[in-house]
Design a protein. Structure first.
Length: 760
């Protein structure tokens, strides 16, 4: 932990007073406070990590008033009672001298780093004055609201709705949107994967050993280590998952869809598909089968650079392990403009394998309502939805989704990057203000220069964050949120094969003058004259209402932190269904084969899995049947530029956390030796990467673990604003190289582009 020397930082603060330009002490930061011992709120508090949006269940203990020891919560078995490196470093965020702990108002030119500390009341009044004036003059819809979806976004978007703007955005179009929409189009809902029980797994760039999700990462480890599952990875670079796999196939970026369709071709032409499953559950098989006739492995080979013999062999191998085998549909779904087809083609393989609701396959989440219905008794409490009367209905249309091809994008999450065209070119109408919470688009949205230009055009920008992030550095008002270790939050649903809930609780007394966002936006609403739409008193009254007034259960949840109810249930897995009916005597009657197969329904127009879909055809003509379309991701003389997560950092969020910054603060560009050799580049050399929108200088990492036509960088580095002191100027800023390009139908930002490389 960094020790503060009080005398030297007082010197650094220079003129002192409320206004200070950026010196060695950041205005409003923890460094300016007298360092007091941490006040524990319990011997060991069960809570939820927020070092990334996976939100793993944790236990936290304050040690000697100085440190917080964070481990996994053993109640949540699939998480293995463990946290990752970032989860363990939570203390360093809590106690980072550079964390902001006072509301800040811009006093110099926007982006100049001149800030004045203000009281919360002043901050709320400024917000009320500016936002209400803009609403009166231009309409509430000219204010955009964006936040990473998760624990705090509910309160934030409630605020946006109460204000009257339809323009709310999550990170969806920068992250998972495409696979969620593909899954909804085919199954009517999101699916989950039973990695730990799979005997054969095909992975298309799901970076689970670096892009960590404690539960899924551990499940993949379990499948490989305990069950000897075979793992086949298609990845343009030798990721850690590729390193731990049985086979690594360096696929050409953006061509996964061709492999997936070729595997479908083999399964059907070799008669390896599950015909009984298809007869019972699938709509549109014939059209699909007709289309994939063309997609032979020999056809896929020149597109993907993967040998036809390998594709055919892999298809046969996975079919031999079906239904306890799966093709992972990934997480960040931004590789190609054909994302909708890519993710649907991956789901299609799973459908042909008949692995839905089987061990080692894909399944539908079993929340309390569904689970209780099957059990014939109340096994788990259902969570009450807290709604408010009198919420205004915005009359204006959203700035995105006007084109009917975007019918499937989230109603409230939308196409985040459409903020840019609206702000800059009034498309479809202009924006005047941008309110953000837990989002850092200057780092995580494509085309940093465009994001900056859009921000410059705004009349008013509010950012709620824990740091002066790259985005917050251009705000007019910064609202410092308490870290997750200082917050109580709503009870959250964590159901998988059986219902489960968990809750975030304060581990320590709040440091400095920060607040949780549920409170920030409730109090801001008061100042804005819309406080009546926030009728709850505090977080505990909300949690109590969520649990339908069951004080006992709330107490139990808070003690344990994570409550799981019942036994795992997969409707088509005989052993699990048998254990379930033995446990619950009132349970629904099973089918003759001892399963709940006949009860498996899908929320699609046909009630079946729509392998081909007339609904999709109606809003996206030509896409009713999954089809291959060539894409152009780079020019002939360029290299593919791709990115990924690194195990010790989160997106554009943790690069200033001391312990993690010490572990890694730069992202060398991965370059193949042949490519590097042609340019005279060696590891450690300074290099310049240039795309159609930006240019970045960085260092080279020459490695055979990447294709010759591709370069790779870990994302989130190279912050360009001086406030993020430990991260600034270190490494390649990925967002600065990516043009603002959006995939059809799913509205995803495209993270693959062409670049030129030179030695500096
Ligand atoms: N340590 C850590 N863990 C995290 C996060 C983090 O920032 N750090 N972030 C969390 C979040 S928000 C998410 S969304 C998940 C992300 O989880 P993932 O989606 O698994 O993570 P990424 O690293 O983005 O994975 C993309 C991988 O795809 C590869 N790739 C790029 N283009 C292609 C292509 O065209 N085809 C194929 N087959 N592969 C390609 C990249 O090399 C990279 O390894 O991780 C979560 N967990
Ligand atoms: N080029 C490129 N761009 C990408 C990606 C990529 O791989 N390559 N990955 C994409 C993916 S998968 C995602 S999910 C997005 C993520 O992008 P964002 O949604 O922007 O999320 P983060 O970078 O995780 O964090 C955003 C901000 O949250 C702040 N923060 C952290 N904890 C708290 C808190 O408790 N309260 C508040 N108020 N703020 C907090 C952090 O300081 C940070 O400034 O980026 C996407 N962008
Ligand atoms: S994966 Fe790591 S950082 Fe993310 S929530 Fe879990 S423990 Fe925290
Ligand atoms: Mo993400």
């Amino acid at each position: 932990m960094i020790e503060l020397d009080r005398r030297s930082f007082l010197k650094g603060a220079g003129a002192g007073g409320a206004t200070c330009a950026l010196a060695s002490i950041l205005p409003g930061s923890l460094a300016a406070l007298e360092k007091e011992p941490l006040k524990a709120l319990g011997e060991e508090v069960a809570s939820i990590c927020e070092m990334c949006s996976t939100r793993c269940p944790i236990k936290a203990r304050v040690i000697n008033g100085k440190n917080v020891y964070i481990s996994g919560n053993k109640e949540a078995k699939s998480f293995g009672g463990k946290v990752c490196a970032r989860g363990g470093a939570g203390h360093d965020l809590l106690y980072d001298p550079q964390r902001i702990v006072k509301p800040l108002k811009r006093v110099g030119k926007r982006g100049d780093g001149q800030w004045a500390e203000v009281s919360w009341q002043e901050a709320y009044e400024l917000m009320a004055d500016k936002l209400n004036t803009i609403k009166k003059e231009f309409g509430a819809e000219t204010v955009a609201f964006s936040s990473k979806k998760g624990s705090l976004s509910g309160h934030f978007f409630h605020f946006a709705k109460a204000f009257g703007s339809p323009n709310t955005f999550t990170h969806g179009s920068l992250c998972p949107g495409a696979y969620v929409m593909a899954s909804k189009a085919m199954f009517g809902t999101k699916l989950k994967r039973d990695l730990s029980n799979a005997k054969y797994i095909i992975n298309f760039g799901h970076n689970l050993y670096e892009g960590i999700n404690m539960s899924e990462t551990r499940n993949l480890m379990k499948a490989q280590a305990d069950r000897g599952a075979k793992l086949v990875v298609f990845e343009p670079r030798f990721s850690i998952v590729a390193d731990k796999a049985d086979e690594w196939h360096p696929i050409r970026p953006g061509t996964d869809v061709a492999i997936a369709l070729a595997i479908c071709h083999v399964l059907i032409s070799d008669d390896l598909h599950d015909k009984a499953f298809i007869d019972q559950y699938v709509e549109g098989f014939d059209e699909f089968a007709k289309e994939v006739q063309h997609y032979t492995p020999e056809w896929a080979e020149p597109i993907t650079d993967i040998k036809a013999t390998d594709i055919r062999r892999i298809a046969r191998e996975i079919a031999a392990e079906a239904p306890h085998a799966l093709v992972d549909y990934g997480h960040r779904a931004t590789f190609t403009t054909e994302e909708f087809e890519m993710r649907r083609a991956i789901f299609a393989i799973n459908v042909l394998l008949g692995n839905i609701e089987r061990k080692g396959g894909l399944y539908l989440g079993k929340k309390a309502k569904t689970y209780n219905k099957f059990a014939g008794e109340k096994v788990a409490p259902t969570l009450a939805k807290l709604t408010v009367e009198g919420m205004p209905k915005p009359s204006a249309k959203r700035i995105d989704q006007s084109d009917k091809q975007y019918t499937m994008t989230w109603k409230n999450g939308g196409i985040y990057q459409s903020v840019l065209e609206a702000a800059l070119n009034d498309k479809p109408y202009g924006l005047k203000a941008w309110v953000m919470a837990r989002t850092n688009p200057m780092q995580t949205m494509n085309d940093r220069a465009k994001v900056l230009a859009a921000m410059k055009k705004m009349e008013f920008i509010v950012v709620c964050d824990v740091y002066i992030s790259e985005t917050a550095a251009y705000a007019d008002l910064i609202l410092p949120e308490s870290t997750y270790l200082e917050r109580d939050e709503d009870v959250a649903d964590k159901s998988g094969k059986n219902p489960a809930y968990y809750v975030r609780q304060r581990v320590v007394e709040t440091i400095g003058d920060t607040k949780p966002s549920w409170q920030i936006f409730k109090e801001a609403a008061d100042a804005m004259g819309i406080g009546n739409l926030f009728p709850w008193q505090d977080m505990e009254t909300r949690q109590f209402a969520q649990l339908n007034g069951d004080a006992q259960e709330l107490k139990r949840l808070k003690e344990k932190g994570y409550l799981s109810y019942g036994k795992p249930l997969l409707l088509r897995e005989p052993s699990l269904v048998q254990a379930f009916v033995e446990q619950y005597p009132q349970a629904k009657a099973t089918d003759a084969d001892g399963t709940y197969s006949s009860q498996l329904k899908f929320k699609t127009p046909s009630g079946k899995i729509e392998l081909s879909s007339t609904q999709v055809e109606s809003f996206a003509p030509g896409r009713g049947v999954i089809r291959y379309r060539p894409v152009e991701l780079k020019q002939a003389d360029e290299l593919y530029f791709i990115q990924g997560k690194v195990a010790v950092h989160t997106n554009g969020a943790t690069h200033n956390v001391p312990m993690l910054a010490n572990l890694m603060s730069d992202n060398g560009l991965w370059i193949h030796p042949v490519t590097a050799g042609k340019l005279g580049i060696q590891t450690g050399d300074r290099i310049r990467v240039t795309s159609s929108v930006g240019s970045e200088e960085g260092s080279a990492l020459v490695t055979p673990g990447i294709r010759q036509d591709t370069v790779f960088a870990y994302m989130g580095f190279g912050s360009k604003t001086k406030e993020l002191v430990r991260a600034t100027g270190k490494g390649i800023h990925c967002g600065n190289l990516l043009p603002d390009r959006t995939a059809p139908v799913v509205g995803m930002n495209l993270h693959t582009t062409g670049v030129k490389l030179a030695k500096v």
